[in-house]
Every structure is written in C-alpha cells, then in structure tokens.
Design a protein around this ligand. Sequence first.
Ligand SMILES: [Zn+2]
Length: 340
Amino acid sequence: MKAVRFHEFGGPEVLRYEDVPDPQLRKDQVLVRVKACAMNHLDLWVRKGLPGVKLPHIPGSDVAGEIAEVGEYVSGFAVGQRVLVAPMSFCGHCEKCVAGLENQCSEFTVLGNAVDGGDCERIAVTPEKVIPIPASLDFVQAASVPLVFLTAWHMLVSLAKIQPGQTVLVLGANSGVGIAGIQIAKLWQTTVIATAGDDRKIEKARELGADHVIHHYQQKISEEVRQLTGKQGVDVVMEHVGAATWEESMRSLKPAGTLVTCGATTGPQASLDLRFLYARQLKIFGSYMGTMGELHAVLKHVFGGRLKPVVDRTFPFEETRAAHEYLEKSRMFGKVVLLP
Ligand SMILES: [Zn+2]
C-alpha cells in the first residue's frame, strides 16, 4: 500500500509518499480502509524527532474510514461499516487500562507517535478502538474530531470540572483544541473568553460561541481578562500555547482558580512564582489525551450535533509536505485533513 513516511527527522522535506508493506491483519483485529486522516500539531513534533519514534515512521493520529476486513476472533463489525479509530495505543490489560484509565498505562501512546499512524491506505487496529460513525458526519469531519475533542473534554470536564456560571479562558481559539474547548465550555453554560491572533480568527471564535475574544498580539491577555471579569479573573484557563502565554495565563486566574495545560507549542520553559501559586491557592493540572470512556462521552455530543467539527481544508497524501508547511505557519482555523 501507499503511505506517508519519513526515514529521518527534520523539516517537511523529509516526508515521502511511498510504497510500504501491507498491514498484516491479526485474527483479533479489524482492518480499516483510511478515507481521511486529520493532522495535529503532534505530527510536526514527531517529524522533527521525539523520543520513542522508530524510523522509518508513518505519522497521523485521527483516522476515519471503512472497515475492509474483520479478523476471525472479532464480532460486532461488518465490512463496509463507516468508523473512526480512537487515536491512541495502550496495553489493554494492566491495572490502569482495566480501570478505564488508558492514558495512564505505561505503554500509552498517541496513534502516530510511538507507533505507526494513519497517513496510509489501510490500518489494522484492535476492535475496542473502532467506533462506528453516523451518516450525518462525512469522513473528513469524523477524522477531525477524536484527538482534539478528547483532549479538550479531559481538560475541562474531567480535570478542571467546569461548572455552569463559571468563566473559562481558552487560549488559541483557531487551534483544534481551542475550537473544541470553546464549544465544550459553552455546552457547560460557562462564559468563554478566547484569544486569537487576527481579525478573521476573532470573528470565527465568536461564531463558535466565544462570549469575548482577545487579540493576543495587540492586547495584554491578563489586563483584558481583568476588565472583562470586573477584576475577578477566570475560574479556569485552558493552556496549550506554552512559554509565550504562561505568565499571562497564570495572572488571569481568580483566587483558587485552575490552570490546565496540554501543550507547549511556543516552547516548554516557563517560570512559576511559588508565592503567587500558594497565596492565591491556584491549581495546575497537566493533561495528556484522555480515556476511552471520555472519548465515547464526547463523541455522543458530536454525533448528536451539539459539538461540531471545524475543518479548515484538506490536502491529498501526495501533498503532505505542503500540509505540514501550512500547519506550521498557523494559518488555519480548524482542522487540516489529509486524504488518500
Ligand atoms: Zn495498560
């Protein structure tokens, strides 16, 4: 089959679209014919080189497609069924996995990170990771959902435990996680303050439901938050930007507020004044993906139309290099999806 693959770490130029061995379907697996695979910022980190990534490597975390073949030991699925694939890999039998805490499994990784991903024509996966999709979602929309909606759900609902009436600050409204975060926070009837970097993104963030949008290049986030909240600050900050916004995020919290972070797009080093942390009784959560139970929970809202995937544009697999360059420039509002 054909796949997007790289044999060395580096810039977008290391990406190739080439022949690779067909996946060998085990009797306990389902073979999915990939119809769409959405990109995430993780694709760029993996391509640049992360520990645990073996070469050559196929990136891609968010797969939607059709079942091509069902292994002998698997029941409950049919050839031709439209599905998405949970964007994760875990052992399935350790203490954490059987407790439904898959993202704490010692073997946990994101699909396309420490294991080959979905930028290919077919992928073999175990059946607990295969989730049927409704006719209301096309493959491109379905592929654009799992990783970011799961991540945002785990951050806001499971860790920060958002409540109706609270105020939530969502950084980077144009990113996949930001788009999911704004919608989930609105579903919980909170007031949402988002940040975005240009007028077009600000307008789109408002369309998604953000009550207020801060221009993060022209305005100081914490000052705007202070003004918008009557000097109170926000209950929850959803962070994934990292070094560039960390200090502003911390300053935006009200006493006993919660900051939850899942990324460091602009750099991983940030400083923390411990006096500020304890005197203001702040809480900081680190978040990585989520559990299978949370994925099913958030997908119910997507399938029910209460949370909506936002697709920026598609590229064919042959043009994955251009897609990586596009994502790196942060021009998108919503998901960039690759097509076989
Ligand atoms: Zn496990």
